[in-house]
Ligand binder design. Structure first.
Ligand SMILES: Nc1ncnc2c1ncn2[C@@H]1O[C@H](COP(=O)(O)OP(=O)(O)OP(=O)(O)O)[C@@H](O)[C@H]1O
Ligand SMILES: [Mg+2]
Length: 278
C-alpha cells in the first residue's frame, strides 16, 4: 500500500489500531460495544501535511486522542520516530507531549481568563508536564526566563502576523474578548512556543470566518517549510484540504479506505458517494 520510501520517511506509524466504546446498556449481562476504529493503519510522512477526512462521528478525533494518549487503544501500536523510535501506546499524554507532539483541539483550548500574551507564555517549551498556572507563576518570579519567554512569544507573533500585529497590540487583553477566529489563530501560534516535531490539528478552520482560511493555510505552511514541524490534521473543508495537503486519508467504517494525493482521494467514487455526497 505504501512505498518503501514513505515508510522510511515516516514520523508516525499507526499499526493495526483498534478502539471500541461501550454503548452503555447491558444486554444479557454483556455490555454492547461499538467498534469505532478497527485495525486501522496509517503512516504520517515527515515534513509533510497529511489530512484525515471522513464523516461526522467516524472516529477522527478519537484517533487523535489515541495518538496523544488521551485514550488507550484496545490493540495495535502507534510509533513515533523522532531522534529514536518510541511506542506511544500506553504512554500518558504529558509524556507524549514531552516527546514533541502538540495538538490543537477541536474546541479551542486556550485560557479565556488569561491575556493573549499569558496564553503564549505558558506554552513555552521548558514547561512540559507542569500545570499552566504554575508555569505562569514561575515566569513572573524569574525575570530572566520571563524575558526569554516574552522575546520568543513576540518573535512568533511577528513571524506569523507581521511586525505590527494585533495580537501584539492586544497582548494584555483577555483572550476571551477576542473573536473565535482570533482565538483559533492564537491556539495555532501557541504551538510554535514548544519546538514540537509533530502537531495534530483538529479542524483548524471549523467555525472560522472564511477570510481567515488563507491565514491558517499560511501558518500551516510556515510550520512545515520554515519550522520543521510535520502537520497531521483533520478537516472538512475540501477546498482547504486540496490547497494544503500533500497526502489525504479517508476514514470510513473504522479504517483508512483510501489514501493518496488530495485529488486522488476526492476523485474516488466511494469517497464521493459515502462522504462528499456528489
Ligand atoms: N470517550 C468516549 N466514550 C464513548 N464514546 C465516545 C468517546 N469518544 C468518542 N466517542 C464516540 O465515538 C464516535 C466518534 O467520535 P469522534 O469524536 O472521534 O468523531 P469525529 O470523526 O471526530 O467526528 P466530527 O467530524 O463530528 O468531529 C462518536 O459516536 C462519539 O460519541
Ligand atoms: Mg472530531
Amino acid at each position: 500500500m505504501y512505498s518503501e520510501k514513505n515508510i522510511m520517511n515516516s514520523i508516525l506509524d499507526i499499526k493495526s489500531i483498534s478502539k471500541s466504546f461501550s454503548k452503555g446498556r447491558k444486554i444479557n449481562g454483556n455490555e454492547k460495544q461499538q467498534v469505532l476504529i478497527n485495525k486501522l493503519n496509517l503512516t504520517v510522512e515527515r515534513g509533510k501535511v497529511t489530512t484525515l477526512i471522513g464523516g461526522n462521528g467516524t472516529g477522527k478525533t478519537t484517533l487523535f486522542n489515541l495518538i496523544s494518549g488521551f485514550l488507550d487503544a484496545d490493540e495495535g501500536n502507534i510509533i513515533f520516530k523522532n531522534s529514536k523510535k518510541t511506542t506511544l501506546t500506553g504512554m500518558p499524554s504529558h509524556k507524549i507531549e514531552q516527546l514533541g507532539i502538540g495538538r490543537l483541539f477541536q474546541d479551542n483550548h486556550i485560557f479565556p481568563e488569561l491575556t493573549v500574551f499569558e496564553n503564549m507564555i505558558i506554552a513555552y517549551k521548558d514547561d512540559f508536564g507542569e500545570l499552566p498556572l504554575e508555569v505562569l507563576f514561575k515566569a513572573r518570579k524569574s525575570k530572566k526566563t520571563e524575558k526569554q519567554r516574552e522575546e520568543k512569544a513576540k518573535q512568533i507573533l511577528e513571524m506569523l502576523f507581521g511586525k505590527k500585529n494585533e495580537f501584539w497590540q492586544k497582548r494584555n487583553h483577555l483572550a476571551k474578548n477576542m473573536s473565535y477566529g482570533q482565538q483559533r489563530l492564537l491556539g495555532l501560534a501557541r504551538l510554535f512556543m514548544s519546538n514540537y516535531k509533530l502537531v495534530l490539528l483538529d479542524e483548524p478552520t471549523a467555525g472560522v470566518n472564511i477570510k481567515l482560511n488563507d491565514t491558517i493555510g499560511e501558518i500551516i505552511k510556515k510550520m512545515v517549510l520554515e519550522n520543521d514541524i510535520t502537520v497531521f490534521l483533520i478537516e472538512h473543508n475540501m477546498r482547504f484540504v486540496k490547497q494544503i495537503s500533500d497526502t489525504c486519508a479517508f476514514i470510513n467504517n473504522g479504517e483508512i479506505e483510501i489514501s493518496g494525493t488530495p485529488e486522488e482521494v476526492i476523485a474516488n467514487e466511494n469517497v464521493r458517494k459515502s462522504y462528499l455526497g456528489t
